[in-house]
Every structure is written in C-alpha cells, then in structure tokens.
Design a protein around this ligand. Sequence first.
Ligand code: ADP
Ligand code: MG
Length: 362
Amino acid sequence: MEVTLEKVTKKFGEVIAVEDLTLEIKDKEFMVLLGPSGCGKTTTLRMIAGLESPDSGAIYIGDRQVNDLPPKDRNVAMVFQSYAIYPYMSVFDNIAFPLKIRKTPKEEIAERVNNVAALLEIQTLLNRKPKELSGGQRQRVALGRAIIRNPDIFLMDEPLSNLDAKLRVHMRAELKKLHEKVKATTVYVTHDQLEAMSMGDRIAIMDNGLLQQEGTPSSIYNNPKNAFIGGFIGSPAMNMFEGATETRKDGKLTVDFGSFQLELSDETKETLEKAQTTDLTLGVRPEDIDIVKRPTKEAIKAKVEVIEPVGRELQVHLSAGEASIIVITTPSQDLSAGETVWLLPNKEKAHLFDSKTGMIIL
Ligand SMILES: Nc1ncnc2c1ncn2[C@@H]1O[C@H](COP(=O)(O)OP(=O)(O)O)[C@@H](O)[C@H]1O
Ligand SMILES: [Mg+2]
C-alpha cells in the first residue's frame, strides 16, 4: 500500500514541526526518514498513524485520504523505541494481545502467533516473561505484536536505539530480512545516517521540519543537494573547506582556501557568475583524497596528526593551516605521525557549495 503526503504542515504553537512536506512512499518500499533530533520525523510518523492531525495538507494510504480517519481504522502498526510490552504477560500473550482484543477465535490466535514467532525465530521463547528476555528478544516480541495484525503499513520510530551497538547492527539486518518476508510498506525513522544508508530502499532527509532531499542511499551519498546533507551523510564526515573566489591576472578564476588554491574551469566560472556568489565551500569525502609524499601543482601541504587503523583501512587525521582533514587510505601506505605530506583531492568527486545558501553549485 502506498503512503502519500501532500503539502503537509504541522505546528505546535509557534513551532513548525513539519512544513509543507510532500513525499510519496511506494508500495512495499522501505523508506527511511532521517534527520537530526527535533527535525520532525516522529511528528510525520504520528500523522501517518493518525495520532496527530495535520494543520494543512493531505495524507493518503493507498487511494484513500485518511486525514479524518481514526488510527484504528488505518491498519497501520507502530513500533517505538521504548517498546511497550506487558511485563506480566508471557511472550505468547504479548504477541496475541492485538488479536485477543479483536476477539479472534482461540485456534486462529494460536496458529498466527506460532507463524509470527517462527518468522522472528522466537518459537522457543513463547512461554517466557519479558524479564527473562534479552533486549533484542524483547524488541522481537514488540515487532511480533505489530506483525500479527497484518498491517498495510509499518511505522517504526527509532526501534533499535535502545539496543547496544553490536545488537543494533545485527537487528538492522534482521529487520531488513523481515521486510523481505513480510513485504509491507515500511516507514522507518532514525537519526543515525549509517542505519539509514544500510536499511533504506530510499531515504528522505529532513532538517528543521523541511524535506531536504530524497533518493536512494547512493544517489544521496554521491550527489548531495546541499552542504548540510553532504556533511550529515557519510562517516567520517565529508571534509569541508571554506574559501573565496579570486580572478587571477591571466583571467582564470581560482578559489583561495587559505592553505591551498583551486583553479576553476571556465564552465564553473560561468555557473558562479550566474549564482552571483564568491564564498564557496569545497566538500571532499575522506576516500576521495590521495596522500602523496612530494609537492605537486594544486596539492595541499598537510601534516599527519594521528593515524587510526579502522578495520581494513586507515583513517588519517591531518592539519593544513587552520583546517583539519580526514583521509581514508590503506594500511599499505607508509605514513607516520608528524610527517609532512601533500593532499590531492579528486576534483571529479569534489562538491562545491555556495557558502551562504549551502546549495550545491557543482
Ligand atoms: N506535542 C508537542 N508539543 C509541542 N511541541 C512538539 C510536540 N511534539 C513535537 N514538538 C516539537 O516539534 C519539533 C519536531 O519534533 P519531532 O517530530 O519529535 O522531531 P524528531 O522526531 O525528528 O526528533 C520539535 O521542535 C519538537 O520540540
Ligand atoms: Mg523522534
């Protein structure tokens, strides 16, 4: 079932929690709403669930406009961070609960609970009480209670953020697997960009109540629309250099970044003239910078500060004048702390943003 938001706005007093949000979530899609705390993710989810009503705009589930439909008639299931499972009920009774209140026949309940338990691989836990379960198992019970209703839409609000790091990574994969099996449209909220990148078919990034960009994880990673997204997606974060344009004697346009200059093509020059901007931010991902041992034209002179081995790669922290830079390289590169090196950003992969508006120029 599709979920469509059309120009949806929600205010709480003076606070605009969600502003003019238009978003189409496809049938069976795993859509991630990503953004920093307070950007309006939960409010968006609660409006889809019917727990909040928009001040303006329309929400559709399938072809049906649901603005005035009460939550219980929307056939959506919501899973929260603080998964409310009943402590005195067994796992079986917790999962069966939504069916019991609907007065589903006993035999049908038993069959459906067993199916869901098999799906979540918790068949052996059905007689236990929540206090006898690990965090991950409890989260599965909460999921089970959502799945058993066969909802058209799953709404998940940071469901993994109470789990420890290792379990969180494991549960990401489990949730994706579950989605493959259940094949229901899912809207998944997180502030964790790694979680979003690894789980989403598509990601919608919000900031300050506004949708910033939507797309597949790789399209957003490779083509961020603005400096906020460039910096928010990717870990370690994209290196950002602030600079200003200068026209050289020979007529070439360059950008002075303090510790280095960048010559711009004539094409870029025209784009900049159109945008009427002189303050620029260069964004380069840590994996898009080469470290070389000798100076070359346009290379950035830098000092190696710290070398951190992270799995199969090295994260090299460097300084160039005022700027701190992180470069990802391989352990085969021979580097030592304190050494002077030169950095070559891959121009093809670098991004140029207008410093004032943050918008991408190139
Ligand atoms: N019930 C409410 N009353 C007043 N302000 C709220 C309420 N719910 C959310 N807000 C405000 O709306 C904004 C968006 O909140 P929320 O949707 O919870 O963000 P997120 O889930 O992305 O952290 C925040 O500024 C928050 O303080
Ligand atoms: Mg929230």
